[in-house]
Design a protein around this ligand. Sequence first.
Ligand SMILES: *Cc1c(COP(=O)(O)O)cnc(C)c1O
Length: 294
Amino acid sequence: MQGINLNNISVDPVVLQVFAENNIEADMLRLDKIHPLVSGNKWFKLRYYLEDAKRLNYQCIATFGGAWSNHILATAAACKLHGLQSVGLIRGEEIQHLTPTLLKAKELGMRFYFITRDNYRGKNLPAKIHEDLYVIQQGGYGRKGADGAATIFDYCSAANYTHICCALGTGTMAAGLANATVTSQVLAINVLKTNFRIKEDIKALLNKDRIEPVLINDYHFGGYAKHHPALFAFMNKLYQQTLIPSDFVYTGKLFYAIADLAAKKYFPPGSRLLLIHSGGLQGNDSLSNGTLIF
Ligand SMILES: *Cc1c(COP(=O)(O)O)cnc(C)c1O
C-alpha cells in the first residue's frame, strides 16, 4: 500500500473574485494530498492513538463509524501501515452490499461488526467480541485526537493568518487547532444540524485559557451528509476556477460557507484566511455519476 506522504502538503493561494472584492487573502492547506485513502485530518487525529496502542502492545484497534465514514477508512489504512489489525464498529443494520468505503477498508484488512443505533450511541462493543481491543471513539474524538490535530501546524504557520477556517464534525480538529494558535481565531463550520453538545465536546478538549473556536451553524445544508444543488454548483465552480476538488460532506460546505461569509462582509478588510482542506474526497463516491465534474 502507498505510504502517507506528508511532503505533498502544500499551502496554495485561493484566488477567487469574492475574496479580491472584499480585500481578503486566502490560502488553502492541502492536507487532502497526503494519501488517497487516509483522508486529510484523519491521519493527524489518529497518530497519537496508534502510537499509544503500539506502546501498550495492543495488536488490534477498534473504532466506530458509518458506512461512508472517512474515519473508518483512514483507520483501516493507518492500521495497515502500522502493522496493526483493525475492527470497524459500523452503525446500523448489516448491509447486503458493502459501500465502496467499507469495501476498501475490508481490502485493507478491517473486520466489521454492525451495531444497532442504540448500541452505537452507547458506544457498546458487541458481546461476541472477546479480543483485547484498543478502542478509538468515532471521528477520533478525544485528547490524543486533538493533540494530533494540533500538529497540522507543523506544515504552515498559524501566525500568518487572522482566521483559521475548518469544517467541524466531532470538533476534535477545531479544538486541536485552537490549542495550537495564539493570535488567530479558529472559525469552525458545523456540518451537522443536531449536535447540540458540540460546544461542551470542544471545551473538554481545549487547553486551559485557550480561546474557543467560533462555531458557524448556518451551512449544514439540512444536516450531516445532506446536500443541495447549490452546494454541488459551488463545488463545481470552485474546481473550474481553482482546480481544487472538495467533498460534499465537509470541505464543500466549508468553502461554500467561507465564500458566502466573505460576500456578506463577515471578514474585515485585510483579513488573511487559512482554509484547511481536510480531505474526505472518497465520500463523493456515494453521489450519482455526473453530479461533480471532478
Ligand atoms: C472527519 C472530517 C472532518 C471533521 O473533523 P472533526 O475533528 O471530527 O471535527 C472534517 N473534514 C473531513 C474531510 C473529515 O473527514
